[in-house]
Design a protein around this ligand. Structure first.
Ligand code: CA
Length: 425
């Protein structure tokens, strides 16, 4: 059954510019602080933030089984726990209320004054309480590039890579949303040619262009999620900048994988775009040869055509786009990642965050990290202001954006924007 809110013909009575990431067909979910210092769950159409707690109090969700305080929360976890049927009813209802011909809120100034905010009146917060964070490594191009640089160019992919959606358990305590500056991390590295490690600020801070999906309660401990059911447990997606300190990583990652090089900061975009909103943008995935084991074989299309870009903005200078990639390049799909994650009975909860891994394409301008773009420092990339970079410098801001292109409209993710500050003393 088609999802009502996805109808490309819908128009809102709110003003939406044609190139907005947030037309009425998007209806993402987020958490924001209002001008009155109230924290609420909301959505966004055009450049308006919409207070869903206020809408609920004023009766606009009548007929949908929701607890009174479901939107009066500082995270989306409880709403996400309500499950797909409820998300769909709520998104369809929001779409209905803001549809051009519906006068119920359009013509009620008193309610509009309570429900609508302009973006300068709100502050976006982290949308979910992230209990667990898992990061995959699912771009064949990225894994191949890293294998070439760190190991053996002839055998860049490790033997398990084409059989397992490789991943590791990350840390959620240092995941933040957009517009929150971070500090250059300090740690232990082994300089080239040295015979003992040194301690100090990382000299190779990098971004990783990723997307991440947010789950609902999917299973009980011991149960597995079949690959063809997996998407039912995915609430939506965000952009993820999985900051990495390459020099720390290189020294510490053997044999157990990433640790302190990865957990000093990861930044996500604040609006969760629902998997429902992305349905019109499903595409085929790259062919998988050899065929994966049966529990990872799925039917239908499970990749999504999301255009991605990364820009670097030095202090007091214009930004330069340094990479353009696409989520559809991923070798392993989200459904396969979630099926694999639970195949041993690992429990997945509402608000868990699953990173895709760095999303690189085939061409050098589509690589999703500085490590690859500047090929381990050997090919500095040029910025608009004449400077070059092989890694991110103090005061640089890294901006990631993503959007799907519909017929005459976009479904976008907005951006995640993070400035790197010098190390704390
Ligand atoms: Ca990563």
């Amino acid at each position: 059954m088609p999802i009502k809110a996805n109808n490309p013909g819908l128009k809102s009575w709110l003003d939406v510019s044609p190139d907005s990431d947030f037309p009425i067909q998007n209806i993402p979910f987020g958490v924001f602080l209002t001008r009155d210092d109230v924290i609420t769950i909301g959505t966004r159409i055009g450049d308006y933030a919409i207070d869903l707690a206020a809408m609920h109090q004023l009766g606009y969700f009548e007929g949908i089984p929701l607890t009174d305080d479901i939107f009066l929360q500082d995270t989306l976890n409880d709403f996400i726990s309500d499950g797909k049927k409820t998300w769909r009813l709520v998104r369809d209802k929001i779409s209905d209320v803001f549809e051009a011909d519906n006068p119920s809120l359009r013509d009620n100034k008193e309610h509009r004054d309570i429900i609508l905010f302009t973006l300068d009146e709100i502050e976006m917060k982290l949308p979910v309480y992230i209990g667990d964070y898992t990061d995959f490594y699912s771009s064949r191009e990225h894994a191949t590039n890293v294998g070439k640089m760190f190991r053996d160019p002839e055998n860049a992919l490790l033997p398990n890579w084409l059989h397992i959606p490789v991943g590791y358990h990350g840390r959620s305590s240092t995941i933040v949303t957009t517009d929150i500056p971070i500090h250059r991390p300090k740690g232990q590295t082994m300089p080239k040619g040295a015979d003992a490690p040194v301690f100090g600020p990382s000299k190779m801070v990098d971004f990783e262009l990723e997307m991440a999906f947010i789950t609902t309660d999917a299973n009980s401990m011991g149960e597995s999620i079949p690959v063809d059911d997996a998407e039912d447990y995915i609430f939506g997606l965000v952009l993820l900048n999985d900051w990495s300190a390459r020099d720390i990583q290189k020294w510490e990652y053997v044999p157990l994988g990433p640790f302190l090089a990865k957990n000093f900061a990861s930044c996500i975009s604040p609006w969760i775009v629902t998997l429902d909103a992305l349905q019109p943008f499903k595409v085929d995935s790259p062919a998988q040869k050899p065929a994966p084991l049966p529990y990872l074989q799925y039917s239908g299309q499970k990749s999504y055509d999301v255009h991605l870009e990364v820009a670097i903005q030095p202090e007091n200078a214009a930004e330069s786009v340094v990479a353009r990639s696409n989520f559809k390049y991923m070798y392993w799909t989200m459904a396969q990642q979630l099926a694999h994650h639970t195949v041993n009975g690992c429990e997945i909860n509402s608000g868990d965050l699953m990173g895709s891994g760095t999303i690189s394409g085939e061409t050098p301008d589509s690589f999703g990290s500085m490590l690859e773009l500047a090929w381990q420092g050997t090919k500095p990339i040029s910025l608009e202001n004449g400077e070059t970079r092989t890694s991110i410098q103090d005061q640089d801001t890294v901006i990631m954006r993503g959007y799907c292109l519909g017929d005459g409209y976009k479904i976008g993710f907005g951006e995640v924007r993070t400035q790197l500050l010098p190390p704390l003393a």
